[in-house]
Write a protein that binds this ligand. Structure first.
Ligand code: ASP
Length: 326
């Protein structure tokens, strides 16, 4: 039996110690720790990496602190368009959705594409229709509405000199109490989980609302297999967060796996090479988390912070936010 291991992220960006109030710092650490703990329980019980990932990402999608599911950023038109992907390292099966507006858990839609369709990537209305046909929960778009995200949209549109669309209906007030704890880490954010299960299989999943005020059906790296997400038992599993346009051009997730598989780099060295060297040179910002079939875990980011947690069999949980956290 392989030792199990899990790493999670809640997005990278401008996240500095003196910018977060103590209660915000606490809320993010608790959320990351809780989600990693729940996913670890799945692995501890002998569960599959894919199940641990889906469970964890569903919770993060439901938490308004993060830019995924409820809590996602708005498009320039005032809509929510969600992207997600998932990959199984044992057989390279993969599924992804882009631009979904009604499926409560985009990560489950991605998994359904992988397991219940002959395809890998579905987009827009078709992706929602497919998720609905698989019995996945559908919600009114107002379910995803978070006041602070609306304000961020208005600010961003004003900055770009674009018109502000009419305000959609709001969410239940109770939700905004938690959403008020959220830190504004920039225009972006994403959630992702990578896991190694006791069968020795690695998998990766990523889910995001994308970038504030996105236009023209913009899709980032998160739902692109090879860019935002990749998993192969020959090397490891990777989930990314950051400026998607750069991650796509560097095929970040696949490149990290290729460096491990073909050049024999350690997981951490491969992650650092792509993030600290290649991504930084190209002018992109963000971070990655990774796990290998032998239990190596890694993270690397070139932003001031990344919400993150990791836990493995026989190892205590580590939760971090800022660059100088362990
Ligand atoms: N990678 C995401 C995107 O470009 C955003 C992020 O992770 O911050 O859509």
């Amino acid at each position: 039996m392989a030792r199990w291991a899990l790493v999670a992220h809640g997005g990278a960006g401008v996240i500095e110690r003196d910018q977060l109030r103590p209660e915000q710092d606490k809320a993010y650490r608790e959320a990351m720790g809780r989600v990693a703990e729940a996913a670890a329980a799945v692995l501890k019980a002998g569960g599959a990496a894919l199940d641990a990932i889906e469970t964890a990402i569903q919770s993060l999608e439901d938490d308004p602190l993060f830019n995924a599911g409820r809590g996602a950023v708005f498009t320039a038109q005032g809509d929510i368009e969600l992207d997600a992907s998932i990959m199984d390292g044992s057989n390279l099966a993969a599924g992804a959705v882009a631009g979904v507006r009604r499926t409560r858990h985009p990560i489950s839609a991605a998994r359904a594409v992988m397991e219940q369709s002959p395809h890998v990537f579905l987009g827009g209305e078709g992706a929602d229709a497919f998720a609905r046909s698989c019995g996945l929960e559908q919600v009114d778009p107002s379910f995803f509405f978070i006041e602070r995200r609306w304000k961020a949209l208005a600010r961003e549109l004003q900055r770009q000199g674009l018109p502000i669309p009419p305000r959609p209906a709001g969410p239940p007030a109770a939700l905004d109490t938690r959403a008020a704890l959220a830190h504004d880490e920039g225009k972006r954010g994403t959630v992702g989980v990578v896991a190694l299960d006791s069968d020795g299989t690695v998998a990766a999943g990523t889910s995001t609302g994308g970038v504030t005020a996105k236009r023209w059906g913009r899709v980032g790296d998160s739902p692109i297999i090879g860019a935002g997400t990749y998993a192969t038992n020959a090397a490891g599993a990777v989930s990314c967060t950051g400026a998607g346009e750069y991650f796509i051009r560097l095929s970040v997730a696949r490149t990290i796996c290729a460096l491990v598989e073909m050049k024999g780099l350690s997981l951490q060295a491969a992650a650092d090479q792509v993030v600290q060297r290649d991504l930084t040179r190209l002018g992109g910002e963000g971070g990655v988390i990774a796990v290998a079939p032998d239990g190596q875990m890694a993270w690397s980011f070139n932003t001031s912070g990344m919400y993150r947690a990791r836990i493995a069999e026989g190892e205590a949980m580590v939760v971090g936010i800022y660059k100088d956290d362990p």
